[in-house]
Design a protein around this ligand. Structure first.
Ligand code: FMN
Length: 304
């Protein structure tokens, strides 16, 4: 029997728990030459802001041991072009997609949320309360429970779509921050965004990133992400979406085991454009091997 891969994220049911993480999968269409993008649980698009943005000047990316640092600075086409040019193509492709949104002020977040809310085919809004690479907004709102609570409430009252709040790992108590998002009406939390790091060149004596600091992602951050997801799953009753260093089906299953309802795959897409599909197929093969009827029989079953 084919195992049931579908999962519920509050009111939203998706066909499987494998999603692409924002900023690592373009607007989804870029991956159409590699596989049928409608097979994914969801595509989370690159962070959208009210106006188009060029992001930070180069260098914006540095490879590190088992990962990478990025300081893209939320380069994007802006919400208007997304609605006009990208949405019809995502609809044609039959993709389930989520708008990751960003603003410099809570008012801007609200405005972007309002604009994307009118898109009928949009599955959910993911609020980036955690970008470390911009001077205003992003992590500034995600660093305290009060900031997260205010931002979540603001987006919540401006849309009927499910609201996911994406959390920063650059905090001392992730559980309290997640509780604040849940208390303010988030339908789910997604974590983690990148960890703040830096790289310097010992010969030129200069930083390698124009922004000096950047966000660390990839396999190097997986143990931190797994611990935070485990902690948050024990603190909140809303669904948790696990992100951080997932490269294989086994990695994804570890996040489901500690209680995540779904996962997002980020940096792995740069190394292997088929990563999401291989992970999806690997999860299905594992459930068959274990003779499990579906994800729900496995999720959150960590024993100690
Ligand atoms: C180049 C790059 C761009 C990113 N852009 C965004 C973004 O626009 N919005 C967002 O919420 N997260 C963004 N992220 C964070 C990822 O979605 C993800 O949370 C993080 O990279 C950890 O997952 P990973 O280790 O699988 O990459 C970006 C990450 C990378 C590497």
């Amino acid at each position: 029997m084919k195992p049931d891969l579908s999962v519920s994220l509050g009111s939203l049911r998706v066909k499987n728990p494998v999603m692409s993480a924002s900023g690592t999968f373009g607007y989804g269409l870029e991956f159409s030459p590699f596989f049928d993008i409608s097979r994914l649980g969801a595509i989370v698009v690159k962070g959208l802001s009210l106006e188009p943005s060029k992001g930070n000047p180069p260098g914006r990316i540095v490879e590190t041991a088992s990962g990478m640092l990025n300081a893209i600075g939320l380069q994007n086409i802006g919400v208007e072009r997304f609605v006009a040019d990208v949405v019809p193509r995502l609809e044609d492709a039959g993709a389930t997609y989520v708008a990751n949104i960003y603003g410099r002020t809570p008012e801007e977040y609200e405005e972007v949320a309002r604009r994307v809310s009118s898109i009928r085919s949009l599955a959910a809004i993911e609020v980036n309360a955690s970008c470390p690479n911009v001077k205003e907004g992003g992590m500034a709102f995600g660093a305290t429970p009060e900031g997260v609570s205010r931002l979540t409430a603001r987006v919540r009252q401006s849309t009927d779509k499910p609201v996911w709040v994406k959390l920063s790992p650059n905090v001392s108590d992730i559980g309290t921050i997640a509780s604040a998002a849940a208390g303010a009406g988030a339908d789910a939390v997604s974590l983690i965004n990148t960890l703040v790091g830096m790289a310097v060149d010992h010969r030129t004596r200069r930083p390698k990133l124009s922004n000096v600091t950047g966000g660390l992602s990839g396999p190097a951050i997986k143990p931190v992400a797994l611990r935070m997801v485990w902690e948050v799953c024990r603190r909140v009753s809303i669904p948790v979406i696990g992100i951080g260093g997932i490269q294989t089906a086994a990695d994804a299953l570890e996040f489901l085991l500690v209680g995540a309802s779904a996962v997002q795959v980020g940096t792995a897409n740069f190394r292997n454009p088929m990563a999401c599909i291989e992970i999806l197929e690997g999860i299905e093969a594992f459930l068959r091997e274990e003779r499990l009827t579906g994800i729900s029989e496995y999720r959150g079953t960590l024993s100690r």
